[in-house]
Unconditional design. Sequence first.
Length: 298
Amino acid sequence: MSTVLFIYGTLHPDRAPAEIAAAARRLTPHGPATIRGHLYDLGEYPGVGLDPTAPPIPGHLFAIPDAATLAALDADVDVDVVLMAGVGAANAGELVVRGRGVAFVCLEHFTSVANPDTAGLGLEPELIPMWLAHEIAHAIRYTSPTSRSEMAALIRDAGGGEYSYWETGRHATLRELLLNEGLAVHVARAISPGHAAWEYFGYGRRQYARVRELETIIHRTAGADLDRSGLGLRLRYLSGGVSDEARTVDHYVLPERSGYWLGARLAEPAVAARGLAWAVRAGATEIAALSETAAVTA
């Protein structure tokens, strides 16, 4: 599994700019190494193109905090972990490229202080393992050969081995989308315990309180749409930056990304009964059946 990172430029802890220095120091050094390729000047950050016939490029290997997640999920597929700087608007995310899962974090968001110049969110560097665990859970749900998830089927059969947040997501049912995020929250809690409860959902304290206050309403409004698909459902329950009008149901404005909380609640019986490794690969109908059993026996 991909548990080391080759660093040759400004991500190195000794050379990282102030905006990402704290996050870069979270990496554990393994020692010097080389790769073969061509260096490119991209302005603030260097780039490299791999070429086995090119001269060696010196750098260092660093451990990245994903091994615990892979072990907890009985990983049966490779997942690449990518640390980026100055690239993404999101603090973290997942991709599937030619059938291979990728989990990434953007270091400019993990600097402890919000930076309007880089649009950095100012998250604490200690949250990097938590978000990596979240994204690795997605990657395994999408690409594991033993995954029965709807997302895995969409990527395999309709997506040509590629995942797109918008294109793949618009075809998945709301139930699958909610469980996908809720399961990742459970994985992050298990792998990186000790954070504030709202941080596992990407919420602020007040948003977390509001979601819990409206839980019954969120559950009721989503319930009628669980087996439907459509971009509007993903926007309403799982996306940020959506207008109040798009999130208004029965005169209530649902908090942004309230589906993360609802998904975690829907996944609870499966995680408790069968464990994380099983639940992350389970189909939505399997998880729903366990939820119904738990409700009957409660």
